[in-house]
Design a protein around this ligand. Structure first.
Ligand code: ZN
Length: 83
C-alpha cells in the first residue's frame, strides 16, 4: 500500500506524517503554530518529532522561511513541549 510521506524542513528527509509535526500559519493570530490535529488549512511545514531537527530549524528559522512569515521563537518552545 502506498504510504504518503512528507519532507522535514530541517533534515530534508522524507518520513511518514505520524513521525512529523505539522506547523501551519494561523492567519488570524498571524503566527505559525503546531497543527496537532492536522486540520488547519493553508500553508504548512513538517518537521521530525526530534529535538535535533527542532534545534536545527530554530537556529535558522527554517519554518518561518518556509511559511514566509516573521521569526517566532515561541513556535519552537511549543514544539519542544510536544515531544
Ligand atoms: Zn528532520
Amino acid at each position: 500500500m502506498y504510504t504518503p510521506t512528507r519532507m522535514c524542513v530541517a533534515c530534508r528527509e522524507h518520513r511518514k506524517p505520524q513521525d512529523l509535526i505539522r506547523i501551519s500559519y494561523n492567519s488570524e493570530l498571524q503566527k505559525p503554530e503546531p497543527d496537532s490535529d492536522r486540520k488547519a488549512m493553508g500553508r504548512g511545514a513538517y518537521i521530525c518529532r526530534d529535538i535535533k531537527c527542532i534545534e536545527r530549524a530554530k537556529k535558522k528559522h527554517v519554518i518561518e522561511k518556509h511559511l514566509k512569515c516573521s521569526p517566532c521563537d515561541l513556535l519552537y518552545s511549543e514544539m519542544e513541549e510536544m515531544l
